[in-house]
Ligand binder design. Structure first.
Ligand code: GLC
Length: 469
């Protein structure tokens, strides 16, 4: 692949990725002296530490400066509680303020240092990858074993009350796939992009985010396939890091449960299970394909996921990247919408999860095609938050951290690593809101322009034209 894409392009992409991560890096100390160092997803829009973003950032940092990869993961663990809970978002750099409470799932209405909900638990997987890139600190692999055990044991105890091996999420954004259409029928008016989301947060707050109580009392919770794929991969990584078989057995239990409970033989897809009755959520999203990343997945299932879905041009084989929702779904939207981002656009972490699986199953040419299309996206539009899978347009936040995961899919090249600056904190809630306003204004004027061009085109041609979104 290196020949096909060319070393110079790869080297340029790597240098740009390194610059983005370094520009988003924030470090400092809390008033009590606690140090932190992590990469904001995209300041000023996303200026805190997000759990799975940090794991993805560390996976890329390890190619450039493993010391920062280690610092990022250590900071994430430091943001956790002694009982093993690690938050979805941590607000390191300033005192907790009331303004966060309506937008973030915090314990107190006046806000806290961190949220009280989780995010897809990628940590042990990232830890193992960073440890493998840390010959200069060989003890890194084992230094946090107690914290990692506590974390995965917390998830097991609090999020799998029915003991079927599948952990549950209690808010849609806990998966990281906030507004995915697969959650519409479960959360309804409380969906992430609807005003009722504030009520969902308030309801959890009143039960002190006690997930066992929430799961027992309400039906709005999901055994999410993507979350459980990462959970199983992370448990396996923890087994390798610790040498303890019990984590391997738990990983197998989860992987097995995905096949026996979530696989739909007729449709050839995996479905999330919702509520106390385990109702399958039959909307085809990239989550339905995610078990491809499990090495233990039976070959015939993998074959069907790839041939009937991932490589079907009516479903997931789009010109750019891999869409987050099947193009065949009525809810599929390729472009930008305020507060809605997981209803169709291509994200880089999707390709990062699925491309290695394609390669493992012998689909080299298709894997190369997807990677080449992602490279084109970044060369044309930079590291954007996500992209239109039909026309390749770069969308939403700029200099978005985890889009640099593309580096992990490209062959390594040897280049001199420049020492890039370490940045102190800047950015305020005001800037965050202004940046969202600017993004909305830019996208809206682009959409209006596109609609005007379309009208002009069709009046000149005396007919309608097809539009992607
Ligand atoms: C958006 C994404 C979520 C991510 C966060 C920070 O909310 O949906 O997955 O963690 O932004 O980048």
């Amino acid at each position: 692949m290196s020949r096909a894409i060319g070393d110079r392009r790869v080297a340029r992409l790597r240098a740009d990725a390194h610059r983005v991560l370094a520009g988003n890096w924030r470090e400092g100390h809390l008033a009590d002296g606690t140090p932190y160092g992590f990469t904001c997803p995209a300041p000023p829009r996303y200026r805190h530490q997000w759990y799975w973003d940090s794991c993805f950032h560390a996976i890329v940092w390890r190619h450039f400066e493993p010391a920062r990869a280690r610092e990022e993961l250590r900071t994430l663990v430091r943001g956790g509680r002694l009982d093993g809970f690690i938050p979805h978002t941590i607000f390191w750099h300033d005192a907790a303020g009331w303004r966060r409470a309506p937008f973030y799932a915090t314990h107190s209405l006046r806000g806290d240092r961190a949220t009280a909900h989780i995010q897809t638990p990628v940590l042990a997987l990232a830890w193992e990858a960073v440890a493998a890139a840390s010959p200069d600190e060989p003890e890194f692999g084992t230094e946090a074993l107690d914290a990692l055990r506590l974390h995965y044991d917390w998830l097991d105890r609090h999020r799998d009350p029915d003991r079927d091996g599948l952990i549950s999420i209690i808010h849609p954004d806990e998966s990281g796939l906030d507004d995915s259409p697969k959650y519409d029928s479960v959360f309804g008016w409380m969906s992430h992009y609807r005003p009722g989301y504030f009520w969902l947060v308030e309801r959890s707050r009143r039960l002190r985010y006690d997930s066992r109580a929430i799961i027992a009392r309400y039906d709005e919770h999901v055994e999410d396939v993507l979350v459980n794929v990462f959970y199983a991969l992370a448990l396996r990584a923890l087994a390798r890091l610790s040498g303890e078989r019990v984590y391997d057995e738990r990983a197998q239990h989860t992987a097995q449960a995905l096949v026996t409970r979530c696989w739909d033989e007729e449709r050839g897809l995996f479905w999330d299970l919702a509520g106390r009755d385990h109702t399958p959520l039959r909307v085809s999203t990239w989550s339905s394909l995610a078990p491809l990343a499990l090495p233990s997945l039976p070959k015939p299932i993998a074959q069907r996921l790839i041939e009937e879905h991932l490589l079907d041009p009516r479903r997931y084989r789009s010109p750019f990247g891999i869409p987050s929702v099947s193009m065949e779904e009525p809810s599929f939207r390729a472009g930008w919408h305020l507060f809605r981002c997981w209803r169709g656009p291509s994200w880089m972490n999707t390709a990062w999860l699925l491309v290695p699986a394609l390669r493992r199953h012998g689909f080299q040419a298709e894997a190369n095609r997807i990677v080449a299309s992602c490279l084109t996206l970044v060369e044309r539009h930079g590291f954007r938050e996500y992209y239109n899978p039909l026309n390749g347009e770069g969308l939403a936040a700029r200099r978005f951290g985890w889009s640099t995961l593309l580096v992990d899919l490209l062959p390594p090249v040897t280049e001199r690593q420049p020492q890039l600056p370490r940045t102190p904190f800047h950015g305020s809630a005001r800037e965050e809101l202004l940046s969202m306003g600017a993004e909305a204004a830019a996208e809206t004027s682009r959409l209006i322009g596109a609609a005007a061009r379309k009208r002009l085109w069709s009046s000149r041609n005396g007919g309608a034209s097809g539009e992607s979104d």
